[in-house]
Design a protein around this ligand. Sequence first.
Ligand SMILES: Cc1ncc(COP(=O)(O)O)c(C=O)c1O
Length: 377
Amino acid sequence: MKLFNVYPLYDITPVKGNDVFVYDNKGVEYLDLYGGHAVISIGHAHPKYVSNIQEQVAKLGFYSNAIHNPLQKELAEKLGELSGCDSYNLFLCNSGAEANENALKVASFVTGKSRVISFRNSFHGRTSATVAATDNPKIVAPINAQQKVTFLELGDIDSVKTELEKGDVCAVILEFIQGVGGLDETTAEFYENVDTLCKANNTFLIADEVQAGYGRTGNFFAFQAYNVTPDVISMAKGMGNGFPIGGILLHPSIEAWFGMLGTTFGGNHLACAAGIAVLDVMKDESLMEHVKVLSEYFKKKATEIPGVKTIKGRGLMLGLEFDFEVAELRKKLIYDYHIFTGSAKNKKLLRILPPLTVQKEHIDTFLTALKSILQPV
Ligand SMILES: Cc1ncc(COP(=O)(O)O)c(C=O)c1O
């Protein structure tokens, strides 16, 4: 049987990982400044992560959500403490799209409405409602197009006001810093006004923290840089350090009823063991503080790189924008210098999404490589 061929591949086969490095089947070491697309939070094969998962799978890997699972409670408590969102309630699922799909569903259940406001250049996933709320017509199938979604320009508060006052919008879904789109952000005033308008119009504010959450920006959630109170917060990528787990945090004003949401695999024992290890390591190793320090270091040093037009992003969700497309540059970094980096919808943006454990010396290695590609001697 062949694989359904939907991914263009780099010709590399990683077989092992250790902290910020991965190793291919020929033993070549790669510096991972991509984190498998912002997924690796506490580093590859962190000993605490490995032992938590190994011990759990040897005891009980899975049972359904029809029984008590104390690991879900432990995860919720630790997440509440570290994120500062302890008054919210947690629902666990398996991926970012699923988290957003559930967030939109709850918004629609509670408000009784069905139109969604999303923003240009957003990415929210590939399931039915999330792909419709994603600004990329190429990945929207006719069956998804029946969803009612209106795309607005990020920062255009007048349009948000006009649309919400029509009274039929169940949710505004927002990446407080855009990931796939290319690290765009707008003003605190805009975000805070959106929050106010949502509250005035019986519309949910959904913070899509699938990529920016879990400490990546230096705050636990990216929205925490602003004075806003989302109704639902969606999470996934950094949450399991590669183990598939996602979730939503629901504001305490949202009432649950039996059967409102559900999943077979979401919140299973093994996923919780992975998720608990991530939170423990983030706390024990003060990773959010570390992110802030490393981010400053990167931004300062990156100003020395020739040809960088803009340094974008927050925390370790960073990008270097050039006045040329970066596909060839990324290839050179991978094949000649053994460094993984990321791309964006903005083809001129090189993205840096390392494990949150990355050190200054790794950033130096990357910037030296970049300099020698851009300014050969
Ligand atoms: C902001 C954001 N939301 C949602 C998703 C979808 O997550 P998943 O691929 O886990 O379904 C992504 C994935 O890149 C994302 O960046």
